[in-house]
Design a protein around this ligand. Sequence first.
Ligand SMILES: N[C@@H](CCC(=O)N[C@@H](CS)C(=O)NCC(=O)O)C(=O)O
Length: 211
Amino acid sequence: MPSPILYSYRRCPYAMRARMALKYCNLMIEVREISLRDKPAHMLENSPKGTVPVLVLPDQQVLEQSLDIMHWALSQHDPAGWVLAAQRYNTQALIATNDGPFKAALDRYKYPDRYPDRPQADYRAQGEVFLAELEARLNQYPYLFGPGITLADIAIFPFVRQFSKVDSLWFEQADYPKLKAWLSTLTTMPLFDAIMHKYPTWQPGQAPAYL
Ligand SMILES: N[C@@H](CCC(=O)N[C@@H](CS)C(=O)NCC(=O)O)C(=O)O
């Protein structure tokens, strides 16, 4: 049986969360690293909206939202119970805040030239509303919804990581001790290291590379 095919972009936080779940569930997944400026025809045929990640299953079903890919992966195999834990809590609202207002602030903070209406520090302050919410949660437990990782931690940390890297000197001195410890735990997991492997940009006809 052929493997599912993942169109991915290494530095995209949506693709990172999908790769984390796919690697964790331990299936053979073909990874096709793309260039955002030159998207493969096969990817666009399957998902004309042109964002990554996209997962094409052997039965031709196409999953084109990172959260759908995570849920599909965890429905295949979820050894540490990321979904079960997530189902007990209202993780959806926190993920929606991440993907909505926090992501909007992150884009503006990261690319202030594209959003000249306000100074960069205002965008950072907008993002900090979410960081403070996470810090308050992490004051109670090491992960966002308790003592163990849930899908929400994996869905959110790539975006916080990106925020932390916009101005790492600022982040280092910022007063979010629990958030920093959480981010450090997640980014030093062997799983994260594995999904950040560098693949050359995929070309049609190339021998498959696997996650
Ligand atoms: N809602 C989508 C968002 C994915 C997304 O926006 N990915 C960005 C890269 S981080 C992308 O592919 N943008 C298209 C482009 O830049 O051409 C998901 O969750 O998968």
